[in-house]
Design a protein around this ligand. Structure first.
Ligand code: GLN
Length: 489
C-alpha cells in the first residue's frame, strides 16, 4: 500500500479496504524502521498524526470525503504548522512552535489530509544538496552515499523511499525540481503566486513558491486541486481562476510544440544524462509533440542574477531572527547588541551567513546600482527570453540538472560548484514560470529528471504532458533497490 497512487489510496479509504488510521500507522512504522538510513524527517508527531487520521476516518464514514481525506502527507519543515515544531532546518528555529498554520497546511488539513511529519531541508531552503541542515544531511534512497538534492531533499527522499505517499516542497531556485530529479520522483513548481506563501518561512520572497512532490504527475495534479488558489492574506498571491488540474490529463499531445533551448544542451551537461534526455524527448515526439530548437540568449546571466537577488532578499527576510521575538536566543546577553550578534552567530549555519553577507553587501549604498539593480535588469531580460520563446512553442524541455545525484561532501567546500548545480532551474523562478521535473530514465543506475517549463499559469499543460509520458513509460515507477515497486497506476 506504500506504493499506491493518491487515487488508489482514496479508493481504498472510501471502500473501507483500510482505514486512515491503518494507513497512517503503516507509514509511521516505515518511518521508524527506515528513516534512520535517510534522515528525511526532522519531526514526527505520531499521536497527532493518528488523531488526525481518526478524525478523517469519521469523515470518510459520513461520505463527506475529498480526494485527500485520510491521506498522510509529509510537509517540508518550512511550512508553519500549528502546535508542531517548524525548524526550517535551522538551529535558529529549533524551538519554534508556530501558533498558526500556513495557508497551504490549512487547506490540506481542511481537505482532511493527515500531517505525517515535517521533512528535513537545507537551512532556510538555501542549498542544493541538503547538506546545510542543522539536523544533518539527508541521504538519497537510491544510493545513500549520495545527496538527495536540495533544499527539499527530505520530502524527495521520503517519497522515493515510500515513507510518505506525497509531500510538499518549496522552490526558490529549483528546490522542488532538483531533488525530484535526484530521487526519481515528480515535482511541480507552480507559477509564482499560484500557491499562497502565507506561513511559509520566507527565503527570497519574489522567487519562493510551494508545490507538490509526488510519484506521478497525476498525484501532483490531485495536490494542486487543493493547494492552488488566491489567498486574500498573501498580497503576492494570484487572482487567476483555478482550473481542475485533473480534468485534461488525458488530452493527447498531438501538435504540442516543445522548444529545446540550445543553451540547455551544451557544455556542462553530463553525456549519459544527455542520452537519457534525448530518449525521453523521442518518446514525447512519439506521443505527437513537435520538437524544435529555440534559444534563451541570456541564460548565462541566470546564475549571477539569482545569486545576487536571492541573497539580497534573504538578508532582508532573515533580519527578523534577532533573539527578541521567537526562535533561538543566546544565554545571558550583556546588552542588546550582544543579544543580536551572539544569537545570530549561534543560530545560523555557514551557508546562511554567507548569503546574508553577500546580500547585505549587494544592497548597501554605493553597491546597489552595481549589483542589485544590475541583477534585476538581467532578470527582466531572462524573463523576456522566455516570453519570446513562448511565442513559438507551447513548452520548453531540457534536463533538470547537469548530472545525477553527487556524492555527499563532493561540493560542500566549493559554494560556486554547488551554485552551478542550479543552472537549468533558476530561470523559471526569475521569470515566475511554472516548471516540472519528472523521471526520464537512469544514468549509471541513478535517476535523471526531465524538466518542462510552461508559460505563466499553464501548469495544466505541464501535468498533462508529464501524465501522458507516464502512461507510456514506467520510469516513474522505478524504485531504489530494496524499495518494493509496482501497484502504481
Ligand atoms: N539551490 C538554490 C539555492 O541555494 C535554490 C534553493 C531553493 O530553491 N530553495 O538558493
Amino acid at each position: 500500500m506504500h506504493d499506491y497512487s493518491l487515487d488508489r489510496l482514496a479508493q481504498g479509504l472510501r471502500e473501507g479496504e483500510f482505514s486512515s488510521v491503518e494507513l497512517t500507522r503503516s507509514y509511521l512504522d516505515r518511518i521508524s524502521a527506515l528513516d534512520g538510513q535517510y534522515n528525511a524527517f526532522i519531526t514526527v508527531d505520531e499521536e497527532a498524526a493518528l488523531a488526525a487520521a481518526a478524525e478523517a476516518d469519521q469523515r470518510l464514514a459520513t461520505g463527506d470525503a475529498t480526494a485527500l481525506t485520510g491521506i498522510p502527507i509529509a510537509h517540508k519543515d518550512i511550512f508553519c504548522t500549528r502546535s508542531l515544531r517548524t525548524s526550517c532546518g535551522s538551529r535558529m528555529l529549533d524551538n519554534f512552535v508556530p501558533p498558526y498554520d500556513a495557508t497551504l497546511i490549512q487547506k490540506l488539513n481542511q481537505a482532511g489530509a493527515v500531517i505525517l511529519g515535517k521533512t528535513n531541508m537545507d537551512e532556510f531552503a538555501m542549498g542544493s544538496s541538503n547538506e546545510n541542515s542543522y539536523y544533518g544531511p539527508v541521504r538519497n534512497p537510491w544510493n545513500t552515499e549520495t545527496v538527495p538534492g536540495g533544499s527539499s531533499g527530505g520530502s524527495a527522499a521520503a517519497v522515493a523511499a515510500g515513507l510518505a505517499p506525497v509531500a510538499t516542497g518549496t522552490d526558490t531556485g529549483g528546490s522542488i525540481r532538483q531533488p525530484a530529479a535526484f530521487c526519481g520522483i515528480t515535482g511541480l513548481k507552480p507559477t509564482y503566486g499560484r500557491v499562497s506563501r502565507l506561513g511559509m518561512v520566507a527565503y527570497a520572497s519574489s522567487l519562493d513558491q510551494a508545490g507538490p512532490m509526488a510519484r506521478s504527475a497525476k498525484d501532483c495534479a490531485v495536490m494542486m486541486n487543493t493547494i492552488a488558489g488566491h489567498d486574500p492574506a498573501d498580497s503576492t498571491s494570484a487572482q487567476e481562476v483555478v482550473p481542475d488540474y485533473c480534468a485534461n490529463l488525458e488530452q493527447p499531445l498531438e501538435g504540442l510544440r516543445i522548444g529545446l533551448p540550445r543553451e540547455y544542451f551544451g557544455e556542462g551537461l553530463q553525456g549519459d544524462v544527455a542520452q537519457v534526455i534525448d530518449a525521453a524527448l523521442k518518446e514525447l515526439e512519439k506521443l505527437g509533440a513537435k520538437l524544435q530548437e529555440v534559444s534563451l540568449p541570456h541564460s548565462a546571466l541566470t546564475i549571477p542574477a539569482y545569486y545576487i537577488i536571492a541573497p539580497a532578499e534573504a538578508s532582508t527576510n532573515l533580519s527578523r531572527f534577532d533573539g527578541v521575538r521567537y526562535g533561538h536566543r543566546c544565554e545571558d546577553p550583556a546588552d542588546l547588541h550582544d543579544l543580536y550578534t551572539r544569537t545570530r552567530e549561534e543560530g545560523f549555519g555557514a551557508e546562511v551567513k554567507r548569503r546574508i553577507l553577500v546580500g547585505t553587501y549587494a544592497l548597501s549604498a554605493g553597491y546597489y546600482d552595481a549589483y542589485y539593480k544590475k541583477a534585476q535588469q538581467a532578470r527582466r531580460l531572462i524573463r523576456q527570453d522566455f516570453l519570446d520563446c513562448f511565442e513559438q512553442v507551447d513548452l520548453i524541455a531540457g534536463p533538470t540538472t547537469p548530472g545525477t545525484a553527487f556524492a555527499l561532501g563532493a561540493k560542500t567546500a566549493d559554494p560556486v560548484a554547488m551554485y552551478l548545480e542550479d543552472v537549468y532551474t533558476l530561470a523559471a523562478n526569475l521569470a515566475g514560470l511554472p516548471g516540472l521535473s519528472m523521471p526520464a530514465g537512469l544514468a549509471d543506475g541513478m535517476p535523471v529528471g526531465l524538466q518542462l517549463l510552461a508559460p505563466h499559469f499553464a501548469e495544466q499543460r505541464l501535468l498533462q504532458t508529464a501524465h501522458l509520458f507516464q502512461q507510456t513509460t514506467d520510469w516513474h515507477q522505478h524504485r531504489p533497490a530494496g524499495i518494493k515497486a509496482g501497484g502504481q497506476s
